[in-house]
Design a protein around this ligand. Sequence first.
Ligand SMILES: [Fe+2]
Length: 370
Amino acid sequence: MDFAEAFTSATAKLSLMLPFKFTQKACVFETGDSMYTVMWETNLKANGYVTYTYNSKQYTVYDQVCGNIRTHETIHSVRIPKEHLDNNTYRFHSQFVGMKYGYDAIKGKTLSSSLVYFKGYHNQDEINVYTLSDIHGNLAEALDSIKNIDVPADIIVLNGDISSTIVFKKDFTKKILGYAYELSNGEIPVVYTRGNHETRGEYASCVAQNFRINGTGMYFTFNYGPLWAAVLDSGEDKPDDHKEYNGLVDFETYLREQTDWLSSLSSDIGKGSDFRLAFSHMPDIDDRHGSNWAKELERLGVQALFSGHTHTLDLRSKFNEEYPFYTVIEGGRNGKLGYVASVATLCKNKSMCVKAYNASGKLEEEYYEL
Ligand SMILES: [Fe+2]
């Protein structure tokens, strides 16, 4: 055994003694293109893969980029076709990889999760979409309100400002990935809509890469049975030259790219769906740095937009009132009411009912003809 081999073998043995563990369990995110992104975190660098059986065939799907299994990260993201995961079971795994050299690698323990049952669309009569915005790092307060909702969630929408900043990686892993898991147990899909506060801080520019959305932006469309939805990233709430941003943002370019993407969507994209919704953290979408997204949502036949940002409950908001879709401001942290959580129930007769709750119980209920 030469020195290099002895070193590799000794380091591999050493790695087996490290307290290697999952620090955030896997969560299943809607990320467009008929794919989910399964994401979790380990405390040390590792690889990541998901195993499941679909149509009697066993699958192992890796966190890989251009054929290389990623080993330099602690966040692991695996893209899986939705039809493979819906109403199926999966496990997620990571093996510690201390270093991947040109011709060798130092590898250690492998962690495997227990079997998780994932509930996708299952022809249910009603679809319950929990919409939660502006948690601002206080999950306990939000959970006090959510516990009063009397229907189980089919989809969780984290509609922005879940964390107040994304300065460090842990702001993302604890407050977005972690809260998403606490709310979903990895058993139902989660939709994450970026809030303006989540554009702030050093790690904010690294968040998008974890979701593996096709393209570069935090915006996409997805289907869930009879529901079609557009998920928008409304960016920052002030001009790029505002002193708070220290000359370190370029939302004008990013939002213009998003406008181009919205305009490129065919008017038929949601046509066959009974429900056409949109989610945007900020509700004032008729002027996103000069772009009118409300006009685009009208063209796409959107029936209701769900937003937060204002920290108010306004189920029949006047935002975008000249457009033929409802704008629902679903609550978030509210001075008087505490945290307000909402659930939108989509019914087979193509109507929608939104109920809002705080820690004391139900606050308001609104019925919408779609
Ligand atoms: Fe906000």
